[in-house]
Ligand binder design. Structure first.
Ligand code: ATP
Length: 235
């Protein structure tokens, strides 16, 4: 579904991604783990058209998307749930969800998807009129996910959904990631919480200072000593 081929990405003169190649197959949950500053968010921003690679290519469903505008990438079915949620604080939860569908014109489909988001996140239904900036961190994460789902994505890019959330809420969010995947969305999940990410993912890549240093099935990586030592809290 997605084929990233040897991309280099810079901020000004500083190179942050160095020859990254990876693949995501339809139906998978693939996770990208790595320490602070490894370049995980930069990779997702590049996939969603917010940054342009200086070298390499990004193929999605058989077409090149590197260099395309973010809007046309959303239209092609890629939705990004950004780090730190980034909900529109002064708008209600429901207005945020409606914004997620702003490129769609199928009003019946939008209505159906809104109902489905409320089924996945009953809490959002209860809070639909509330100003989003006053929602809890977990509720904002649900809202950011719900907003992304309103674009009817084929591929969902998720940036650190666990950040700043209590363990029970993290579990809840990861259950929903699995549910959304079972319903048909392919997921590329960036996480520092490697334990949780590897427990839901089919395959994984480890990113260190802009390079992929390891890849394999999630199970294989969970058993690698260097992954245990660096990312899973010791041997
Ligand atoms: P974190 O989990 O801390 O968000 P990350 O793996 O997602 O880490 P990135 O946010 O992709 O890492 O950052 C990779 C590197 O790029 C870091 O060294 C960071 O300081 C740098 N960087 C990120 N955004 C910018 C920017 N807008 N301008 C300049 N440098 C940036």
């Amino acid at each position: 579904m997605l084929k990233v081929n040897d991309i280099d990405v810079y901020y000004g003169h500083i190179q942050v991604l160095k020859g990254i190649s990876l693949e995501v197959n339809e139906g998978e949950i693939v996770t990208l783990i790595g320490a602070n500053g490894a370049g995980k968010s930069t990779l997702l921003k590049t996939l969603s058209g917010l940054l342009k690679p200086k070298k390499g290519s990004i193929e999605y469903l058989g077409s090149n998307i590197d260099g395309k505008a973010a809007q046309s990438i959303v239209k092609a079915g890629i939705s990004h749930v950004p780090e730190g949620r980034r909900v529109f604080a002064n708008m209600s939860a429901e207005e945020n969800l409606q914004l997620g569908a702003y490129l769609r014109k199928d009003h019946d489909g939008i209505k159906k998807d809104m109902e489905h988001v409320y089924e996945l996140f009953p809490r959002l239904f209860e809070r639909r009129k509330q100003q989003s900036g006053t929602l809890s961190g977990g509720e904002q994460q649900m809202l950011a996910m719900g907003r992304a789902l309103m674009a009817k994505p084929k591929l969902l890019l998720m940036d650190e959904p666990s950040m700043g959330l209590a363990p029970l809420m993290v579990k809840n969010i990861f259950n929903i990631i699995e549910m959304v995947n079972k319903e048909g969305a392919t997921v590329l999940l960036v996480e520092q919480n490697a334990n949780m990410a590897l427990s839901v993912a089919h395959r994984a890549y480890v990113l260190e200072t802009g390079k992929i240093v390891l890849s394999g099935t999630a199970k294989e990586l969970q058993e690698r000593d260097e992954v245990k030592a660096a990312y899973l809290g010791g041997l």
